[in-house]
Write a protein that binds this ligand. Sequence first.
Ligand code: HPA
Ligand code: ZN
Length: 343
Amino acid sequence: MASHPDLDRFVAGLPKAELHVHIEGTLEPEQMFELAQRNGIGIPFDSVEALRAAYSFSRLQDFLDIYYRGADVLRTQADFRDLAAAYFDRAAADNVIHAEIFFDPQTHTDRGIAFDEVISGLLAGMADAEAKHGLTSKLILCFLRHLDEDAAFATLKAAEPWLGSIAAVGLDSSEVGHPPEKFARVFAAARELGLKRVAHAGEEGPPDYVWQALDELGVDRLDHGNRSLEDPALVTRLAREAMTLTVCPLSNLKLCVVGSLDAHPIEAMLRHGLRATVNSDDPAYFGGYVNDNYRALAATGGLRRADFATLARNSFHGSFLSDAEVTRHLAALDAYVEGAGAA
Ligand code: HPA
Ligand code: ZN
């Protein structure tokens, strides 16, 4: 891959929002060992290197099997707070000024960890990040789609005392065989409670799952959405509605959703007028945080400064921040782009 030092510097310095990051997917091997020791839990790997070497995936499910096992070291409120703090430190270093983070409560409640323990730890980490870095954040509660509708409803019920601290519900885990329509009633209930809605769709699943996310779940934002490009009518709809797509290039590469970054659809998405954004998904497992994703795209040579500025701009437009906050962040972004001069 060619190196583009000027472009690398430009994309790294862009003020940006991150809209697609699973907090459990930010658990670095070093921290996994640390928490395992703190909680007196064994890990079936001898070293950080051996664990990292196991991160070789040929599809989503390969990753999920390891990701759910890794999450077992997370036990206490302090663990969730430390997990979030480590992510926010890295995000701040990448000039992320706002993040909307996913968490998977069922991964924890199914192991006997209380919902309140999980969310109170995350919220403490979020407050710390705002005080330390000025980095604001919002929380998105994801339902695990391989589990049933009743389990999702029980999770929504457990979240009720915390609704003031949750921005949206989402849908993640094994996509194929678990279409969005399976959760139409849960998403309708979430809407009644005043929550925004997002869903993973079109990562491995067909364009029909993206239609369902739009029509059956009423999503405000789509996670991944890559396979939308197979359906011209869907592309037209997404462009017309200015639907934000939270695209995750290194994740797509590591999970073999794309064969190479040169073949990644993000350039086509922009050319079709889709509101694409760049995100890290599960950075501890996929080899990079948000700036690594921007730089990996820069290395393909297909996108220019103006495209990266658009991608960063889209991250604020696609966020759940207020109009006034979006306007403020866009002004900072425009000042940065102007200060950086012509490419
Ligand atoms: N896809 C679906 N579920 C997930 C992912 C993903 O990329 N990461 C964590 N859970
Ligand atoms: Zn994801």
